[in-house]
Design a protein around this ligand. Sequence first.
Ligand SMILES: [Zn+2]
Length: 237
Amino acid sequence: MKDTTTLYQHGTLALLVPGLLAGTLTMAELLRHGDTGIGTGEGLDGELIILDGHPYQVNAQGEVHEVAGDFTLPFANSHYADYQPLMTVLGASQADLNQQIRALAQLDNAFFSVKITGLFTAIRTRAVAKSEPPYQTLAQAAQQQQIFSRGEVEGTLIGYYAPQLYDGIAVAGFHKHFLAADHSFGGHLLDFESVTGEVAVQPFSTLAQHLPIADAAYRQHDFSGDDIVGDVRRAEH
Ligand SMILES: [Zn+2]
């Protein structure tokens, strides 16, 4: 039986803040902990979304490619999908959607995933261009981002919600990645105007937090001078 109650997380968003962007986990290893997920590649190499066991990367040119097992990541989430239907939405705005999910799911203090399949209008995503060592900070690297938009597109949004008390380890609130049904568009979700489709959620009772303890830069970094929460919030929201 696959464990559908555990959210696996490799790295933390906090370690991206000072530029600890080395790929410290392979995609093959990440897929041993789930068939669904999101993440970013080494040096913030694009935005990853895993659907039904297939890992797709949206690169800084906006192209979508499936990545190989040896692709490496500094940060990722994955889990085994067991979504339960929550609601159908008709032309819901992003703010209304988030509010309705939180009101209906009643999971404010839990980790959970949300999967939204449907038609999105005026959607904007971003993907960051890969940087090479010596790495810049997250705030500097995030300026290399490309923004993509579609007036209307069918697709799937995979998101993770982290409770407020975990702000910094994850982004408190929602972190969502999108993939178009025809794989012509995707990335880290910035915003959309409306969505019509199905919303499903999956709560997790356990967070499996995996850290890159073999990485010398991670072991030696002193986080006391970093504005972890502030920089994560500016880069990821
Ligand atoms: Zn993201």
